[in-house]
Design a protein around this ligand. Structure first.
Ligand code: GLY
Ligand code: MN
Ligand code: MN
Length: 446
């Protein structure tokens, strides 16, 4: 092979390597991310948004995870980039979107793999962003825009805790002779409402995460037995997620048996399960950046005691009461103090507090100490201002629980719901057992 042949073979190999990296996640069409950027521009009041990608962990062994808002707007999964979205403003500015890619660090790439930069062949098509520039152009572009319209300095939207944003805004102020830079606005207040309503492609990704999580929960039903460790259950579930193309757990798996079932976010998973325990298994995965969040509670020996079954059925009844009370566009989720008349939390709390008693004859409401649910999406706890009104396109959990340490009984049942276009609830984990009888049957392989 001559020089030209070797060179083109190298380019092909490099393109294939980068394309393979790109295939690691299922992306939505480029037009979807573009439409989200245009929608963001519509909220910026003529301003400019600058969002930074997450940095790659340096020489440690943690996998890379992109910044959630950055991913929502770009689908770009490489570190160190920045996105600028310029909102149209009268005759002064028209809509622009620019992806700034950092200078490649060839030494770091020997550890973590090749990356694209602004000079990579076909980078505009690959990224799907109108303009791609080197990161070094970011400060210059911002300087020029603000120089042409000094009011714009007061209309810059960034992630609130971004050190990179503070640096570039501060440097731009210096280049413009402005001294102290004006405070920036929090761009996540604009992305939050956009992210709350899922499009069909997002629902599809959540459903893929849910399908893998359901498969893992089914394996769990068969694997739970006296003498098995909590960690072995987490491990078997993790294997199912990975086999089904999920990149990681959506959160640290919770496999809490016996007294551990009463610790809400127990994740040491270090105990060996015993005959007579219940085990709370709150474990689900993430598919192409979208989470699922599922909990089932099962008896370790395959049969609930009468008391465990009583508590289980109260928790299930509370969930059903919330489902029955649901009205799209009115009902609210995550009302911690149960004060809002439209909150599903109040419905579930009232159910729990009026059914059953503790060992001292007291109502059970005090044994439930968390919100009834939360939004689910790129974050397992997707951002929202709670209590949040539930509308079509939203995905959220309903997850009542009762945790009684004195009895070593904790029960949580957590399902993910989509509010359909007709305002009806769709239970995304309908295929999993819900009732105590269904749980026991699933443990027998039925
Ligand atoms: N898995 C955490 C939660 O249910 O919110
Ligand atoms: Mn949850
Ligand atoms: Mn959960």
């Amino acid at each position: 092979m001559g020089y030209a042949g070797r060179w083109s073979a190298a380019v092909v190999l490099w393109v294939v390597a980068v394309a393979c990296m790109g295939q690691a996640l299922t992306k939505q069409p480029a037009s979807v991310y573009h439409a989200r950027r245009v929608a963001l521009a519509g909220e910026l009041k003529g301003g400019v948004a600058i969002l930074f990608a997450a940095e790659e962990p340096l020489l440690d062994f943690m996998p890379y995870r992109q910044d959630e808002d950055f991913y929502y707007l770009t689908g770009w999964n490489e570190p160190g980039a920045a996105l600028m979205v310029v909102a149209p403003s009268g005759h002064e500015r028209s809509y622009r979107e620019i992806l700034f890619l950092p200078t490649r660090n060839l030494r770091a790439e020997t550890y973590t793999g090749p990356k694209l930069d602004a000079d990579s062949p076909g980078v505009t098509t690959t990224t799907g962003v109108d303009q791609v520039e080197p990161m070094t152009a970011l400060a210059t572009d911002l300087n020029r825009m603000i120089d042409a319209d000094r009011k714009l300095a007061w209309n810059v939207w960034t992630q609130p805790d971004s050190v990179q944003a503070k640096a570039v805004v501060g440097f731009t102020a210096a280049t413009l002779g402005e001294g102290q830079p004006p405070a920036t606005h929090d761009v996540t207040t604009m992305t939050m409402p956009l992210r709350q309503v899922k499009d069909a492609g997002e629902v599809d990704l959540i459903e893929k995460a849910t399908a893998a999580s359901i498969a893992a929960q089914r394996v769990m039903f068969r694997a739970v037995k006296p003498g098995v460790t909590e960690r072995a259950i987490a491990g078997e579930m993790t294997a199912v997620w990975m086999e089904r193309g999920c990149e990681r757990p959506a959160y640290a798996p919770i496999v809490g048996s016996g007294i551990n079932s009463t610790t809400l976010h127990y994740s040491a998973n270090s105990r060996t399960m015993e005959d007579g325990d219940v085990v709370v298994v709150d474990a689900a995965c993430e598919f192409s950046m979208y989470a699922s969040d599922i909990t089932r509670t099962v008896p370790v020996n395959g049969h609930f005691t009468a008391r465990q079954r009583e508590i289980y059925e109260i928790v299930l009844g509370a969930q059903q009461a919330a489902i029955n009370a649901f009205v799209a566009g009115k009902s609210k989720i995550n009302d911690y103090f149960h004060k809002d008349p439209d909150s599903l939390d109040a419905v579930a709390f009232n159910y729990i507090n009026t059914h059953g008693k503790d060992l001292h004859g007291q109502p059970l409401g005090k044994y439930w100490e968390h919100g009834l649910g939360h939004m689910v999406g790129i974050d397992v706890h997707d951002p929202a201002n709670y209590p949040a009104v539930l509308k079509p396109g939203m995905v959220f959990t309903i997850e009542p629980g009762i945790y009684i340490p004195e009895e070593k009984i904790g029960v949580r049942i957590e399902c993910d719901f989509l509010v359909g276009p007709d305002g009806k609830l769709i239970d995304l984990d309908a295929a999993l057992p819900h009732t105590a009888d269904e749980v026991e049957a699933a443990m027998r392989g039925k």
